[in-house]
Design a protein around this ligand. Structure first.
Ligand code: AMP
Length: 283
């Protein structure tokens, strides 16, 4: 496994792999890797011959009041697990390598980016799309793997690839959870023991909606209310949103059952903002 810090090194390594007829996969990450990330790496290794994992805490997707500076970083630990998984390249650019000091052009992520996460984080998906487009351009992957954990990100990136005719297949992978249901996230490291226990409320709220939907409840507003009530019962949690949307368009739904539906929740547990989601019956 090679640890590469420059775009040219990655381009050269990928060109050589392509000349050998290899199928190339990219797994973009911000590091502090956990089993959720590794599930993407395993999926990539299963479907491609040459796997690039990028580790880049992308400043442009953080707002000034967010956790860019404090975001967990562990390059040594990450390299060791990626070597064990069989990744071929770990690409670890610095912000200065990634962005010219006078860079001006960004990717407009369109209306999908203004709902849900976009309401609280209006600049987030512009930063995500811009860095992902750059990573696609540098690594030229045939396949790129993203987690359903960030369901809206997956939808936005798929849409970007389609609308901009980027020659890459964007593959979504299921959410990996802790034993008590908490979705794995690098940000879980911020939680105190008490907050960690409270954080399971996100998954509990989603399961409540899932169970109601499985029992035949179709009213999306009622499902969302049930999630809200669940979160409200946890004193350490402050709800950001709990919504039921069309899984393909992210449009709000009146009723579930006709098209694939997704329940999504975002809440603050202490100072840590967490997100999670689940497919609902028919979804
Ligand atoms: P991040 O490092 O948080 O930017 O995540 C990098 C990629 O890993 C994204 O595509 C995430 O959706 C995915 N990911 C993060 N956590 C999980 C998880 N618990 N299960 C599956 N995929 C995940």
């Amino acid at each position: 496994m090679e640890l590469l810090g420059s775009k040219d090194e990655v381009r050269q390594a990928v060109s050589a792999a392509r000349r050998e007829g290899k199928r190339i996969a990219l797994v973009p990450t911000m590091g502090a890797l956990h089993e959720g990330h590794l599930s993407l790496v395993r999926a990539a290794c299963g479907r491609a011959d040459y796997v690039i994992v990028s580790i880049f805490v992308n400043p442009t997707q953080f707002a000034p009041d967010e956790d860019f500076e404090s975001y967990p970083r562990d390059l040594d630990g990450d390299s060791a697990v990626l070597r064990a998984e069989g990744a071929d390249i770990v690409f670890t650019p610095t912000p200065a390598v990634m962005y010219a000091a006078d860079a001006q052009v960004t990717v407009d992520p369109g209306p999908l980016a203004s709902v849900l996460e976009g309401e609280t984080r209006p600049t987030h998906f512009r930063g995500v799309c811009t860095v992902v487009a750059k990573l696609f351009s540098i690594a030229q992957p045939d396949l790129a793997f993203f987690g359903e954990k960030d369901f809206q990100q997956l939808a936005v990136v798929k849409r970007m690839a389609r609308d901009l005719d980027l020659p890459v297949r964007v593959v979504g992978c299921p959410i990996v959870r802790e034993a008590d249901g908490l979705a794995m996230s690098s940000r879980n490291a911020y939680l105190s023991a008490q907050e960690r226990a409270a954080a399971t409320v996100l998954y509990r709220s989603l399961r409540t909606a899932e169970t109601l939907a499985l029992d035949g409840e179709r009213d999306a507003a009622l499902l969302a209310d049930a999630m809200e009530e669940c979160i409200a019962a946890e004193p350490l949690a402050v709800l950001d949103y709990a919504l039921v949307v069309d899984a393909a368009t992210l449009d709000p739904l009146d009723a579930v059952g006709d098209v694939p539906a997704r329940a999504l929740v975002a809440a603050r547990i202490g100072a840590t903002r967490l997100i999670d989601n689940i497919a609902l019956a028919g979804g």
